[in-house]
Write a protein that binds this ligand. Structure first.
Ligand code: IMP
Length: 182
């Protein structure tokens, strides 16, 4: 029997949904998946991109929704790829990023979770500092094989507790605190 949900995650990325679902389940929030490729506006602001995606997602899904927009910001590249992380991953990928870097490998991952229903449009953001590894390590999705979070020697792809400390976890924790008390 199909389960009904009060909250849906709208995205075309099922890896992201699996992570978001697991994290929200740990806060006792059940989450449905509305698989849809939302259009991304071009903007230097992750928050503006996320809010527009959330409005479009609610229009499409007609139920309370959350969406996520992320960016990988690399210090020595003045924050590149940032809001263009998705395009850069699809074009030059992890190999291309590694080829661009020299000694300064500081970076951060930023996550914006935006919620939209009939009356409310809100965002929750979080960042996680780290570094870019010298080579790809571990098998996983996106930038996981090259991002090493602060205080770790392993890339996200090599860790088994990514969902307890990631940028996504931190933004979803803020969202859950609000959602469970609204
Ligand atoms: P978007 O939010 O889907 O636009 O994500 C931007 C880019 O960052 C995409 O290429 C994602 O695959 C990548 N990305 C976002 N979050 C993560 C993560 O937790 N691990 C690895 N890559 C990620």
């Amino acid at each position: 029997m199909q389960q009904s949900f009060d909250l849906f995650f709208v995205s075309s990325n099922s890896y992201k949904y699996q992570e978001v679902k697991k994290i929200l389940n740990s806060f006792e929030i059940k989450l449905g998946f509305f698989k849809f490729d939302l259009e991304e506006i071009q903007s230097n602001s992750l928050k503006d991109i996320a809010l527009k995606k959330a409005k479009d997602a609610f229009f499409k899904c007609k139920k309370p929704v959350i969406i996520e927009d992320d960016g990988l910001f690399i210090n020595s590249l003045d924050g590149f790829p940032g809001p263009y992380s998705s395009y850069v991953f699809k074009t030059i990928g992890n190999k291309g990023i590694l080829n661009l870097l020299k000694s300064n490998r500081q970076a951060k991952f930023v996550s914006i979770i935006s919620y939209c229903d009939k009356k409310i449009l809100l965002s929750f953001d979080a960042k996680l500092d780290g570094t870019i590894s010298n080579s790809q390590k571990g098998k996983s999705w996106g930038y996981d094989p090259i991002f090493v979070p602060k205080n770790s020697r392993k890339t996200f792809a090599e860790m088994d507790n990514k969902n307890e400390l990631s940028h996504r976890y931190k933004a979803l924790k803020k969202f859950s605190n609000w959602y469970l008390h609204k």
